[in-house]
Design a protein. Sequence first.
Length: 358
Amino acid sequence: MPAVARPRSSDARQYTSWNRARLSVVVPIGVIVAVAIVCIVVAVLSSAQRADVVAVDHEKQLFSRAISNYGERVLREVESVASSDGAIQNIRRSFDPEWAKQRVGMWLGTYFDHDYVLIFDRNDELIYSMVGYRPADMKWFATARPGLAPLIEYMRGRDPSLTAAIRLSQMALTDGGAHRQTAVISRLMGRPAVIAAVAVGPAEGISRSSDNVAPIIMSVKFIDDGALSGIAAQLRLTNLRKIEQDPLPVGDLAYDLNGPHGNVIARFAWTPKQPGAEIVHNVVPFIAVALTGFALLAAFVLRYMRRTAAAIAAGESRLRHLAMHDPLCGLPNRIYFGERLEAVIEEVRGARDDREYR
């Protein structure tokens, strides 16, 4: 048994050296490829997250603009009535309740679906009101008047602040006089609404800034589910709705419509688009294929190098055997004898040194 110990240990050392050589080549390549794949994954995830943020900001801007357009459209509808010759004749010069009902209340309520239509005279007294398709009672007006009074004061030029409302359209005058028209988004009776007011006229010989006696047609259109469904269809917003303080489902976006001083007029929510998630969803299969291909390639290279190392080690063992044995009879030759003799001498010398040490 000692006679074969040296050749086997030599073969083992040769095989270990090939393992080390294999690892010194494969490991750096594997690390480089793995780092490259990780960088690609991180880049894809970062780009996807950024795409989601940009998409959310874009949807917020579109929604804000859609709300403004909604209010400006209400103002144009009221203005189309207030600036007509019939309104000047039948409201400003001599008030005709029947004409106001047919051409103002029913017109705005039926064709443009306004919720409240009101007409104030030169003394800011209510001379006509309609809620839906029926005249409003004074009890309702007493409840609604605190929310409408700031707009009347603004139209008359007495109070230009409108601190609790978002101004959508106005004709600001440098002399602080009366305003011709305006539209705001405000809370009325606990609900977000667009309130548009237009002075009837103009009258001949009176400048707009001095026309503090013009009757005012005011209209209220709530931002309700119907309005939101139209905006959602236009902007393709999923599940657009009004919310209060209810907890949002995971993934939904809350948008606060704030007044000029930070007061919350309305709170909306919808499910935002996630282009980043779609990008990740589309890229993940390719990344998985790349990782699988890399794993298969690494396994193939390792197997190939293992087989190569084993073949080289077997070749070296075969060459060593041929070098130490006679090719004809297969018996050990002089080289083998010399190596064995050196090994025995080393063993005897080592044993003697051990005895002397003890």
